[in-house]
Design a protein around this ligand. Structure first.
Ligand SMILES: NC(=O)c1ccc[n+]([C@@H]2O[C@H](COP(=O)([O-])OP(=O)(O)OC[C@H]3O[C@@H](n4cnc5c(N)ncnc54)[C@H](OP(=O)(O)O)[C@@H]3O)[C@@H](O)[C@H]2O)c1
Length: 324
C-alpha cells in the first residue's frame, strides 16, 4: 500500500510517497481502507518538529480520516468488515490503509459521506467542545471567532449561532468574509477592527468569550476585547505561538479567564468521544451543520496540501484522497 512518509523533520519536501506492507490488525485493532484523510496544522507542526507534536522520523503524518473497515482483530466484537468509520487523534492517516484502536473509531451514519466525515470529525469535535465545554455559549453571549472562514472557524461560527450567541467574526476579507457571513456570523470584519465592533455591540462592556486559533497576531487584542470575567480561549496558533504572558494581565483586564485547550483532552474518554462525534454527525445528517471541503489532493500532493493550508489561501477543510 502507498503511504506518505516524513523522512526527516523540515519543510514540505521531506514528505515522500512510498510503498509499505499492508498492515494486519493486532488485538483490539482494526485496519481501515482510508477514503479521505484530513490535513491539519498539527501535521505541519509534526513535520517541522514543533513542541508536543515532535515525532522521530521516519513517520507517517495524519491524525484524522474516514474509511471502511477492511479487517478486525480477533477480539474485536464492536466493528465488522465493511463498517464506515471515522477517527481523530490516532496517527498515520496519510495512507491507503491505517491501523487504529477499535475503541477510538466512531461510526459514520449512512447520510454522511466519508469525505464529509473526514472533513468534519476533528474540526467539528473541536468546535463542539469549544462551545459546549470550554466556554458553554448561552443565548445572547457575544463571541469573537477568529479566522472564521477556516476549517474550525466555519464550524465554530455555526455552532455558536445554534446556541443563540452573537458572532463577531474576523477574516482577511474577500471570499472569506462572504463565507463567514454565510455561516451565520452577525459581524464580519478584518483583524484590525474587531475590538471596535465588539465595543459597539456591547456598549463598551466587551465580549463574553474570544475563540482564538490565530495566536501570536491576535492574542493581545483578543484579551483586550473581553468583558470583566470574560474567557479567552486560545486554541491554536496559525500566525505563530502567542508570546510569554504576565498573569497580572488577567487581573487588570477584569479577572479574566485564559485557557489553552486541546481536543485530545476533551475526547480522552471513549463515551465522550462518541457523544461529540455523534452530535456532529447528527447535525450534518439533519442538514443543520454545513461542512465546506476547500480542496482535495492525491496522496502524492500531501506537501502541496500542507503548503496551501499554511499559506493562508484556503477555506474550510483540505483532504487527501488516496483513491485520486
Ligand atoms: N486546540 C485544538 O483542539 C485544535 C483543534 C483543531 C485545530 N486547532 C488549531 O486551530 C488553528 C486553525 O486550524 P484550522 O485547521 O481550522 O486552520 P484554518 O483556520 O483553516 O487556517 C488558518 C487561518 O488562519 C488565518 N490566519 C491569520 N493569520 C494568519 C497567519 N499569519 N498565517 C496563516 N494563517 C493566518 C487565515 O485566515 P484569514 O486569511 O481569514 O485570516 C488562515 O486561513 C490551528 O492553529 C490549529 O492547530 C486546534
Amino acid at each position: 500500500m502507498r503511504v506518505v512518509v516524513g523522512e526527516r523533520l523540515g519543510g514540505p519536501d521531506v514528505l515522500r510517497v512510498t510503498e509499505q506492507e499492508a498492515p494486519l490488525p493486532g488485538p483490539g485493532q482494526v485496519v481501515v481502507d482510508v477514503a479521505a484523510a484530513g490535513v491539519n496544522y498539527m501535521d505541519i507542526y509534526q513535520r517541522e518538529g514543533v513542541g508536543n507534536y515532535r515525532t522521530e522520523p521516519p513517520f507517517v503524518p495524519g491524525a484524522e480520516g474516514a474509511g471502511t473497515v477492511a479487517a478486525v482483530g480477533e477480539d474485536v466484537t464492536t466493528l465488522a468488515v465493511g463498517d464506515r468509520v471515522a477517527w481523530a487523534g490516532p496517527g498515520s492517516s496519510y495512507a491507503e490503509q491505517v491501523v487504529l484502536p477499535a475503541n477510538r473509531v466512531v461510526s459514520v451514519p449512512d447520510e454522511v459521506s466519508l469525505q464529509v466525515a473526514a472533513a468534519a470529525i476533528l474540526q467539528g469535535m473541536t468546535a463542539h467542545y469549544l462551545v459546549t465545554s470550554t466556554y458553554p455559549v448561552r443565548e445572547g453571549d457575544v463571541a469573537v471567532v477568529h479566522a472564521a472562514a477556516g476549517g474550525v472557524g466555519l464550524l465554530l461560527t455555526q455552532m455558536v449561532k445554534r446556541r443563540g450567541g452573537i458572532v463577531v467574526a474576523t477574516t482577511s476579507g474577500g471570499e472569506k468574509a462572504e463565507l463567514a457571513l454565510g455561516a451565520g456570523a452577525d459581524h464580519v470584519v478584518g483583524y484590525d477592527r474587531f475590538r471596535a465592533i465588539v465595543d459597539e455591540a456591547t456598549e463598551g462592556v466587551g465580549a463574553h468569550v474570544v475563540y482564538d486559533g490565530v495566536g501570536k497576531d491576535t492574542f493581545d487584542d483578543s484579551l483586550a476585547a473581553l468583558r470583566p470575567r470574560g474567557m479567552m480561549v486560545l486554541y491554536g496558533a496559525s500566525s505563530g505561538q502567542a508570546p510569554p504572558f504576565d498573569p497580572q494581565r488577567l487581573n487588570s483586564g477584569g479577572s479574566l479567564f485564559l485557557t489553552r485547550p486541546t481536543l485530545v483532552h476533551y475526547i480522552a474518554d471513549t463515551t465522550e468521544l462518541r457523544w461529540r462525534a455523534s452530535e456532529v454527525f447528527d447535525l450534518i445528517a439533519k442538514g443543520e451543520l454545513e461542512v465546506r471541503i476547500g480542496g482535495t489532493y492525491p496522496l502524492a500532493d500531501a506537501a502541496r496540501a500542507q503548503g496551501d493550508l499554511a499559506s493562508r489561501r484556503t477555506t474550510g477543510k483540505l483532504l487527501l484522497l488516496p483513491g485520486l
